[in-house]
Design a protein around this ligand. Structure first.
Ligand code: GAR
Length: 206
């Protein structure tokens, strides 16, 4: 654990959380709710979004959370795109980044800069069913079960040290919609738990 983080928590201060998201933002909403209900002691200080039209932007505006909008197409390279994010994040003194449906692979440089301070949530029991269609893929593979993983981000897609995982049984009558619904409910429970483990110093880093 980074020294500054545990010191901050010992003094009863909350962490500054940035959420990166590209889509609907149900996990963003669940984290806002967890903060409001004092289930997690963090300040959700900023949303980083690469899709201006995404519903998560509306959710952030409604909740009066600052938004950094950065479109990949506006930059000549991924490094320039990420440099713009890093530059703008400096205003917020971020302790932790939570990827919540942010559909971009971060560069090794970005991961190194925030090593063990970027989490991701993924709708499968990693390492199976990586990628953007994990729920659909589990159904198509006729798997008996799937689940949710929260992990630290490393240089590979949907990969890195696991923080929490929980399994869900796939029912014979499950459709994509019904399975998605149960998975999202589980995600909304697990992400706050993983964040709490992080700031409680209960995650050991090698
Ligand atoms: C979530 O199911 C999340 O696990 C998934 O995107 C969805 C975002 O939903 N992430 C990945 O698939 C990462 N590979 P949301 O916008 O409603 O929070």
């Amino acid at each position: 654990m980074r020294k500054g983080l545990s010191r901050k928590n010992n003094q009863g201060e909350s962490l500054n959380l940035a959420i990166f998201a590209s889509g609907n933002g149900s996990n963003f909403a669940a984290l806002i709710k967890a903060v409001r209900e004092k289930k997690i002691k963090v300040k959700l200080v900023v949303l980083v979004c690469d899709k201006p039209e995404a519903f998560v932007v509306k959710r952030a505006q409604k909740a009066k959370v600052a938004v950094i909008l950065v479109k990949r197409e506006d930059f000549p390279s991924r490094l320039d795109f990420e440099a713009a994010i890093i530059q703008r994040l400096k205003n917020y003194k971020i302790d932790l980044i939570a990827l919540a449906g942010f559909m971009r692979l971060l560069s090794p440089d970005f991961v190194k800069r925030y090593r063990n301070r970027i989490m991701n949530i993924h709708p499968s029991l990693l390492p199976v069913f990586k990628g953007a269609q994990a729920i659909r893929d589990a159904l198509s593979a006729r798997a008996d079960s799937t689940g949710v993983t929260v992990h630290f981000v490393d240089e590979e897609i949907d990969h890195g040290p696991v923080i929490l995982q929980e399994k869900i049984k796939i029912r014979s009558k499950d459709t994509l919609a019904s399975l998605e619904k149960r998975i999202h409910l589980l995600e909304h429970k697990l992400y706050p738990q993983a964040i709490k483990l992080f700031y409680s110093g209960k995650i050991k880093f090698s």
